[in-house]
Design a binder for this molecule. Structure first.
Ligand code: 13P
Length: 252
């Protein structure tokens, strides 16, 4: 059966020193806390190797926020999936809306990134979600289905089964405007149906689908109580240990 997961996405925040201190604080808090979920932090590339040495990965997973769409070579400034894996990280966020919006990521490049993540035994946390206009004009189910179909439905059932999905409505990211628990559940149930149509009910039931977008201690419990919401991908609230733990402890 699918896992409950709370994953932090630190985005472009913290210096190395601040990041190491935060990771150590979170690691200690996770070990001490009662919770019934996997916990992961996804941090800037520059922090991975150092944090990897400082945390106990049995209790706290470590991931990158992106990886390159090429294996290696003349791609100045890029960081490959193999480089990420060589730090000891086990996860990589792919297709975050900020990468799609500001760095032109397409389903085509994301297919390459997913393949390279698998080659290097990284678990993709694959993000999907509609923008405000699509929410308002009612096309949001079609938009999210297309993102999944175009980037992931070439995969075998075995490979698809290794993906963690994160539904992040773009209008809820960093805005303080959370999707209601019912809005999240409607979309998560829809996504599970789309997966079931393609890969069957067992694969669909085993896929963890996280919610992301202004998730905080005060709304996490209600969101996570929904049957198809299997946890959260947390931005701003992942930068303060107490807030992040408030969300982790929503699973207890
Ligand atoms: P916030 O939690 O800051 O809204 O960010 C969500 C997000 O983008 C996580 O990937």
């Amino acid at each position: 059966m699918r896992k409950n997961i709370v994953a932090g996405n630190w985005k472009m925040n913290t210096t190395l020193q601040e990041g190491v201190a935060l990771a150590e604080e979170v690691n200690a808090a996770v070990k001490a806390a009662e919770h019934n979920c996997d916990v992961v932090i996804c941090v800037p590339f520059t922090h991975l190797a150092t944090i990897s040495e400082k945390i106990c990965k049995d209790s706290l997973g470590l991931g990158a926020e992106n990886c390159a769409d090429h294996k290696s070579g003349a791609y100045t400034g890029e960081v490959s999936a193999a480089m990420v894996a060589s730090t000891g990280a086990g996860y990589v966020i792919l297709g975050h809306s900020e990468r799609r919006q500001y760095y032109g990521e397409t389903s085509e490049t994301l297919r390459e990134k997913v393949a390279l993540a698998f080659e290097n035994n990284l678990t993709p946390i694959f993000c999907i979600g509609e923008v405000l206009e699509e929410r308002e004009n009612g096309t949001y189910f079609d938009v999210v289905k297309k993102q999944i179909v175009d980037a992931l439905f070439h995969l075998s059932a075995e490979d698809f089964g290794k993906i963690i999905l994160a539904y992040e409505p773009v209008w809820a990211i960093g805005t303080g405007k959370t999707a209601t628990a019912d809005q999240a559940e409607d979309m998560h149930a829809f996504i599970r149906g789309v997966i079931a149509e393609k890969y069957g009910k067992e694969v669909a039931d085993n896929t963890s689908i996280l919610y992301g977008g202004s998730c905080k201690p005060s709304n996490a419990k209600e969101l996570f109580a929904k049957p198809d919401v299997d946890g959260g991908l947390i931005g701003g609230a992942a930068l303060k240990c107490a807030d992040f733990m408030g969300i982790v402890e929503a699973f207890n």
